[in-house]
Ligand binder design. Structure first.
Ligand code: PBG
Length: 358
């Protein structure tokens, strides 16, 4: 039986000629008039890479996500390629012994991310787009995204030194470029880092390696599970016993959630400094920012459905309070509709393999 078998009587509601429901009457009509598609090429999958071999540690707060050594990463990359997800975002998770106040391990060519890049490039050639997170937080013993110094005036907290952090970030980006990254992706929120990284890459002969800047990154509660995965919660050790303490939040460098105009400024600065793509992060709570940014730049826009967004949906699904497939589809589609060309999500491969985006 189709809807044409049931011819309608002349409608009682005279004058009601505009009926948006006509376009929703069948699945085929809804597909015909749909404005947004999410294709595999629009998705990117994050990975947490550990030093060593044979390592696969489940992240308790992120169901389905593990920290893996390079040998265990390769089959995962192969699987994401099979699903059609060609972009991988790599985060290094060094051993605690390799963390210090100055993030000295950040540009170690033998570190987990450079090792992963070389192995992935060898195994998959140019089929994969390899993007690396460039940030000091996993390499510092205090967990901040930059280097800490004593406050100039008398203050109770140490301060993240912008300009000293830039040198470390640029060195880290160069190490990733050297090992085969397509794009380096600074997520630290220091001022001027795109220009500094661009200059360092060009000077080292990597003018073809691009910069995907986390231009608009908010100080968000939704990074909680990630910090568990990456071992990068701020404010841990390092402060001298009776001296100023390390801050426990990232509010002096990440953006204030109350601000949207400031996002346009951050994005414009990063574009002027040479960014090739711009990111808004988190995604769901900042769709307005993404939508406002879209018409202000011709660069590709990336949005990150961050760990807390993913964990929240997983928890709600596990508790039986919402349907996982439709909730994932709806949120990922909303991020695309708001203007994202690329969506970074922990659900990328699962969503495709289980047909959630169809
Ligand atoms: C590193 C970084 C963070 C995320 C991406 N890069 C954490 C943070 O800023 O504290 C968050 C990603 C996620 O929550 O999924 N600075």
């Amino acid at each position: 039986m189709t809807r044409h078998d049931a011819r309608h009587a002349p409608d009682a509601q005279a004058g009601l000629t505009k009926r948006p429901r006509r376009a929703r009457a069948t699945r085929a009509l809804r597909d015909l008039t749909a404005e947004t598609d999410v294709l595999p090429r629009h998705l990117a999958l994050p990975h947490f890479v550990r030093p060593g071999r044979g390592i696969e540690e489940a992240v308790a707060s992120l169901p389905g996500v593990s920290r893996v050594s390079v040998d265990m990463l390769l089959p995962r990359l192969e699987r994401q390629l099979r699903a059609g997800v060609r972009t991988a975002l790599l985060f290094g998770v060094p051993d605690d012994a390799d963390k210090d106040g100055g993030a000295r391990s950040a540009d170690d060519a033998a570190g987990p991310v450079p090792s992963a890049l070389r192995a992935a490039r060898e195994a998959f050639g140019d089929d994969l787009v390899l993007v690396t997170d460039v940030c000091l937080c996993a390499h510092t013993d205090h967990g901040h995204c930059g280097v800490l110094v004593r406050p100039r005036a008398h203050g109770s907290e140490l301060v993240v030194d912008n300009d000293r952090s830039l040198e470390r970030l640029a060195a880290m980006a160069a190490a990733h470029a050297e090992a085969g990254a397509d794009l380096v992706s600074p997520s630290d929120m220091m001022d001027g880092r795109v220009a500094t990284i661009r200059a360092r890459l060009d000077a080292a002969g990597f003018s073809s390696v691009g910069i995907l800047s986390y231009a608009v990154k908010y100080a968000s509660a939704f990074y909680g599970p990630f910090r568990d995965a990456a071992g990068s919660a701020p404010g841990g050790a390092a402060a001298a016993p009776d001296g100023p303490a390390a801050p426990t939040t990232r509010e002096t460098y990440q953006m204030d959630p109350r601000n949207a105009r400031e996002a346009l400024r951050e994005a414009a600065l990063d574009e002027a400094e040479g960014a090739d793509m711009l990111m808004v992060k988190p995604a769901l709570a900042y769709l307005d920012v993404l939508a406002r940014l879209r018409p202000t730049t011709t660069l590709p826009l990336v949005a990150y459905q961050v760990s807390g967004e993913y964990a929240m949906l997983k928890a709600a699904a596990a508790a039986g309070v919402l349907d996982e497939a439709s909730a994932m589809r709806e949120t990922i589609t909303a991020i695309r509709r708001a203007g994202a060309d690329l969506i970074v999500t922990y659900a990328a491969v699962e969503a495709l393999e289980r047909g959630w985006l169809r």
